[in-house]
Write a protein that binds this ligand. Structure first.
Ligand SMILES: [Zn+2]
Length: 280
């Protein structure tokens, strides 16, 4: 974008037009007459009359340049030092949860200089899922979590959700847990808070158990609110078989199981009656 210099600062084209109009008016002339009168830029001082246009917002600088009048971003290239400055300012604004639409470092510098919202900037809290022993829930709280989520994509193949349309400091998601998943996500650069997380091995509670112990483990899961219905139990049983566990059959059909319990009760009752009968 073109930039102009007047009184030691940079101006956009529109503001420069206004300055020239004011200077011309004060001198009782038109802008064209003033331009003619000032002539070659090398002959006058930029303190007296605007000079320019200069390409690329005035050229490479140690900081992003804005018009001194209307604050329009002039899209100048940055030195290495300038890039480091812009990146720091960008992260600082995100952490402070500044309005992403009106804060220049987020809204303008970010996209223009491809500034990076690092994957480890915010902490992902991992918790067990109440609904599914194979799943974990992720929550991210912090300055502009939504920007962070958009910049870094999904964890574990999910999609980050936001609680409310305009809330940008909280996102959540869920994903499958599997042996090694936490290490993998850390390798991807995520900063994980595992203080409330279950083990990364969903089969841990079910390995090496007899059928009776397996049933008991499912009951324990039910007691803490995990929904281990027959379908889920069979999934766990299949995963255990796939994992090399032996002697793991599918869950007993609940109806068949009830029938067996009833039959066993009838047999006991009949035996009891027979005992009574014998006693009589
Ligand atoms: Zn301006």
């Amino acid at each position: 974008m073109d930039a102009y210099v007047y009184q030691a600062v940079l101006w956009c084209a529109d503001c420069t037009d206004e300055i020239k109009k004011d200077l011309a008016k004060a001198a009782g002339k038109s802008v064209d007459e003033m331009d003619d009168e000032m002539g070659d830029e090398t002959t006058y001082d930029s303190d007296d009359y605007p000079k320019g246009p200069y390409d690329d917002g005035g050229g490479e600088s140690d900081s992003p340049q804005h018009c001194d009048g209307c604050h329009k971003f002039l899209e100048n290239p940055l030195t290495q030092e300038g890039m480091a400055y812009a990146q720091d300012a960008f992260i600082e604004a995100l952490n402070a949860d500044k309005d992403p639409d009106t804060t220049p470092s987020i809204a303008e510098w970010g996209p223009f200089y491809d500034l990076v919202d690092p994957i480890g900037r915010l902490t992902v809290a991992v918790e067990g899922s109440d609904a599914d022993p194979f799943s974990v829930n992720f929550t991210v709280h912090g300055g502009n979590a939504r920007h962070w989520a958009e910049a870094n994509g999904a964890i574990a193949g999910g999609t980050w959700e936001t609680a409310e349309r305009n809330e940008h400091n909280f996102v959540y998601d869920s994903g499958n847990r599997y042996p090694g998943c936490y290490d993998k996500w850390r390798e991807e650069g995520y900063d994980l808070d595992l203080s409330e997380a279950p083990s990364d091995d969903p089969l841990e509670d079910f390995r090496g158990l007899s059928e009776k112990e397996l049933q008991e483990a499912f009951q324990r899961h039910k007691a803490i609110g995990l929904d281990t219905d027959t379908e889920m139990q069979n999934k766990i049983r299949k995963d255990l078989r796939d994992d090399g566990e032996t002697g793991i059959e599918d869950a007993p059909n609940p109806k068949l199981f009830e029938g067996r319990v009833l039959a066993a009760r009838l047999v006991r009752l009949a035996k009891k009656l027979m005992t009574i009968d014998t006693k009589i």
